[in-house]
Design a binder for this molecule. Sequence first.
Ligand code: ADP
Length: 209
Amino acid sequence: MQLSERQERIIDIVKTSQPITSEEIAKKLDLTRATIRPDLAILTMSGILDARPKVGYFYSGKEAFSFLLEQIKSINVSEIKSVPIVVDEQTTVYNAIVTLFLEDVGSIYVTSDGLLTGVLSRKDFLKNAIGGIDLNNIPVGVIMTRMPNIITITPKESVLDAATKIIEHQVDSLPVVEEASINNKSGYRIIGRVSKTNVIRVFVDLCNS
Ligand code: ADP
């Protein structure tokens, strides 16, 4: 969040003269109370200033950065996830590569009977293609990273949780999953995808808002 010059000056005034009423702040700025009302609203909503009725404004000690952090922690994966691209384990490596290009994604998820069984990244395909495997006959199930080694995330976890898993496990994306039982088999149903791009978009949107 970018603060205006006037908002920065209001913060300085409150820091040095707290508690201070909006009228006194306006007077110090040579402005009317009505003029600074929107600024005070932004500063209190973002948690930088505390407003106490009949007392005045206090500086909370929180800067805009911590407001940004709180926002990031409060946004859920369900709000930022994108549509997952999923193929069945029997799909040939060739057809999965075609899907990767057509869908313009960097990773593909794999299911068997509707439940998550694997992940395929760009480099998985490259490695196997230059290794000379029979792309037209080998199914993706042979080359994918397999359960239980898949790092997943649930819709209720935060953007920060997603970013932490992506960094800790050095992967580009996480399948968003919910527990499911299909044909008496229990596992995960894939309901979305969170990639580095989704996380970066949150930063850009927050900074531009
Ligand atoms: P790239 O291979 O293009 O650098 P990744 O960093 O996403 O892309 O993948 C690195 C390796 O980790 C690949 O072998 C891939 O199959 C595997 N992988 C990708 N995403 C996950 C995930 N969410 N959980 C576990 N393994 C993954």
